[in-house]
Design a protein around this ligand. Structure first.
Ligand SMILES: O=c1ccn([C@@H]2O[C@H](COP(=O)(O)OP(=O)(O)O[C@H]3O[C@H](CO)[C@@H](O)[C@H](O)[C@H]3O)[C@@H](O)[C@H]2O)c(=O)[nH]1
Ligand SMILES: [Mn+2]
Length: 735
């Protein structure tokens, strides 16, 4: 009766209506048949031994096998898409006085590319959640070990005393001050104009104080005297070599920790775990695990929210939404984590770097089976602490956590800090199984994917929740180089998982559904699939230059399956993008970025993984910069591709663009001069179309090569390299 006639706290709905699901299955079946026909064609029509183009033919065949198998794998995530609807009013009615405690973990690693003001915006947005403050604790992990970040957090703890009451009073959204004040005051907001201006000034003063200190490169003495925590930086600290630091800036147990209206403030903690040069620190995973241990000494909340330092909360009710999935009487106990999609604050109209790609995929991954489920747990993810710590799910193993209330009551802050510092030491990990059986899994730069898999394999069910009001907003890469490097990290880490003992087909066998295993492989196999794309972007065009055909002539029946797969796959992709609210141009941009990623990021990821597998190199984690120069920003806002550097990735991009313009023009010339017989003419049409499309997609590359004068254009050295490579390649014989 307590549960209002058993109404659930959330609902799961199939995304597609009955008839369109049937239509999709029919469509998928016809594509599948066409793929088989393409394979048959390659087998039947293969050039004889000694005939020209036999090896190219085999390469095309292998590529088409890879494409075909990969296409089959991607069906798993489109088969049964579901949506979730939480009911936070019901939660409030039933559980308002029994809401669990929540620990928010924010990770930062470098005060230069992740400026302190950005970090504290995320922290402030989490502090001002519409949630009982005595049940909320915010932890900042600073892998940069920076005194500036610490100082900024100290400033934030003061600013919060004005900010939280303001947010509460006027129900402002979003609750990250920078994002909030970016918009002009809107009278519809029912905010008192006077208070708005006062707060804005308060925020801007704080921001300029922080920026001045960072610019000066030192913290003035009078500020240092304000807090004992600065003494940690008395001896010289290097970011890779320092003791562990834990400072409780706001102690939620203290009745005097109140805002200007006299209401309690949430607990606020700064942590920088111990780092030593000889010890692997395991990047974000290591930082998260240190946070799990440190928080267990201070608040030990049963629910944990992880945020990257740029991912501010955009919906102050997000905690309550997520709790519906954990606290539902029937299904809640099984829920291990609730992942929100990665959304970004700085996406331009047509999303030139196609940053939401990771998201678009997850919309589909969300609905792998009727239980739902998502494959990763990264930023914007709520965890049940016990499941994150390695516990298996079982019906009778529901014991939540031991509250630390009794242990910490009455103990002075310094004692809690000492106890926390101990567990933030790297030696602490040695005796335990952190990174193996406990916490986030080590050894892989995409800890979010491999950790998600291990949690699922322990019997828990993750939930993917994609609300219409985005719950979190981060910063997407704003240069091509950054975007490609980030995707290299993701695809490299993913392929490592596939080759490791965590391969979903082996590790997940019998523990997860086949569809979920396949779903993981949509990510994990991006690196090897790049070989097929490279072959398709290069071989047919090169062959065209040499007068060798690799596709059936257009009048042949064999041409049909090629045309069918090509047209329907792209038409479906376009329809899918438009139905997700993308513009036509952003779909077109996405095709270009897919080409770039597959021929550079994923390809290098493949090569590097193999090298690593042979034991020649170690895992790295290149942090994505969150700030860029003003003129770079201008170009980003105008949706102009940013090349600028002479990265080897750009040489590949430029080379493929050059090759295709040459082969297209050459192909057209042959047709116009009509030196060929009708049959030969028809045989070249498919290659000419392919080159032509590749050429059209690369128009911004030609502009960057030939017609732009700004700093973001492609450098001359890249231009010359690509011309030389194409010339040499077109002179080499083809087998
Ligand atoms: O040694 C490190 C390196 C990174 N980070 C933090 O990890 C977060 C993610 O780093 P970022 O460079 O922003 O990478 P992204 O590619 O944007 O991150 C995505 O991909 C990561 C896995 O590669 C996931 O961990 C993240 O949740 C997901 O948002 C940031 O807050 C960093 O400060 C650390 O704390 N310590
Ligand atoms: Mn990021």
């Amino acid at each position: 009766m307590n549960t209002e006639n058993g109404l659930s706290l959330f609902e799961t709905k199939a995304a597609k209506g009955g008839s369109s699901a049937v239509a999709y299955k029919f469509f998928a079946f016809t594509v599948f048949v066409s793929i088989i026909l393409i394979w048959l064609y390659r087998l039947i029509c293969i050039p004889g031994a000694g005939e020209g183009g036999r090896w190219v033919w085999i390469c095309m065949f292998v590529s088409e096998i890879l494409f075909g198998l990969y296409w089959i794998i991607t069906q798993s995530v489109r088969w049964n898409v579901v949506h979730r609807i939480p009911f936070k009013n019901r939660l409030s009615l039933r559980y308002e006085d029994k809401l669990p405690e929540v620990d928010v973990f924010v990770c930062t690693a470098d005060y230069v590319i992740e400026p302190p003001t950005l970090v504290i915006n995320t922290v402030l947005s989490a502090m001002s959640y519409n949630y009982p403050p005595e049940k909320l604790s915010i932890y900042l992990s600073d892998d940069g070990g920076s005194e500036f970040t610490f100082y900024a957090l100290l400033e934030a703890s003061e600013f919060a005393k004005n900010w939280l009451p303001f947010c509460k009073k006027f129900k402002v959204e979003p609750r990250a001050p920078a994002a909030y004040f970016e918009r002009n005051l809107d009278l519809q907001d029912h905010v008192s104009a006077q208070e708005w201006f006062e707060l804005k000034k308060l925020y801007e003063d704080m921001k300029s104080r922080i920026e001045t200190v960072v610019q000066k490169g030192a913290i003035p003495k009078e500020i240092k005297e304000k807090h004992k925590g600065f003494s940690e930086w008395n001896s010289k600290i290097a970011r890779n070599d320092h003791q562990s630091i834990v400072q409780i800036l706001i102690d939620g147990r203290n009745p005097n920790s109140v805002d200007i209206d006299g209401y309690l403030l949430p607990t606020l903690v700064y942590m920088s775990r111990e780092k030593r040069p000889q010890r692997p620190h395991h990047f974000k995973a290591g930082s998260m695990n240190a946070l799990i241990r440190v928080s267990s000494k201070i608040s030990n909340a049963p629910i944990i929210l992880n945020l990257d330092c740029d991912m501010y909360s955009n919906d102050s009710d997000a905690v309550r939404d997520a709790l519906c999935f954990f606290m539902d009487e029937k299904q809640g106990q099984k829920t291990s984590y609730v992942q929100y999609p990665q959304r970004y604050h700085n996406i331009t109209k047509n999303d030139i770097y196609f940053s939401v790609a990771r998201v678009t995929h997850q919309i589909e991954l969300a609905g792998i089976d009727s239980n739902g489920g998502t494959l990763y747990c990264g930023t914007g993810c709520f965890h049940r602490r016990v499941s994150l710590c390695g516990m298996k799910f079982s019906e009778d193993n529901r014991s939540e956590l031991k509250s630390v209330k009794d242990e910490i009551e009455g103990r002075p802050i310094e004692e809690l800090e000492e106890a926390s510092k101990l567990v933030a030491n790297c030696s602490y990990e040695e005796g335990t199984q952190w990174g193996k059986e406990m916490g986030l899994v080590y050894g892989c730069p995409v800890e979010d994917i491999v950790t998600g898999l291990t949690i699922q394999c322990r019997g828990w069910r993750p939930i993917y929740y994609n609300p219409s009001r985005y719950a979190f907003l981060g910063i997407a890469a704003t240069t091509l180089d950054q975007a490609l490097v980030q995707h290299k990290r993701w695809s490299e880490g993913s392929f490592q998982i596939f080759l490791s003992k965590y391969c979903p087909f082996i590790y997940g066998r019998g523990k997860t559904k086949l569809a979920a295993q396949m779903g993981y492989c949509v990510y994990l196999l991006r690196a090897p699939i790049s070989l097929a794309t490279l072959c398709y972007a290069i071989a047919p065009s090169l062959c065209l230059l040499h007068g060798i055909h690799v596709f059936p002539e257009v009048s042949s029946l064999w041409f049909l399956p090629f045309a069918y797969v090509f047209v329907t796959k792209y038409a479906y992709g376009l329809a899918e993008a438009l139905s997700c609210g993308d513009t036509l141009k952003s779909w077109w941009n996405s095709q270009r970025i897919w080409l770039f990623r597959r021929t550079t990021s994923y390809f290098f990821a493949f090569i590097d993984t193999i090298i690593r597998q042979l034991g020649f190199s170690q895992t790295t984690f290149i942090i994505t910069a969150k700030v860029v120069d003003d003129d770079v920003m201008k170009r980003y806002e105008n949706e102009i591709l940013e090349f600028g550097s002479s990265s080897i990735m750009f040489t590949i991009i430029a080379t493929i663009a050059m090759l295709n313009i040459f082969s297209f023009l050459w192909g057209i010339m042959r047709v116009v001069l009509a030196a060929e017989s009708t049959r030969a003419f028809q045989q070249f049409i498919p290659s000419i179309i392919l080159s032509g499309l590749l050429m059209m997609i690369n128009i911004p590359v030609y502009q960057a090569l030939f017609s732009r004068n700004d700093k973001g254009r492609i450098t001359f050295s890249v231009l010359w390299k690509s011309v030389i490579i194409v010339s040499v390649a077109s002179l080499l014989p083809i087998y």
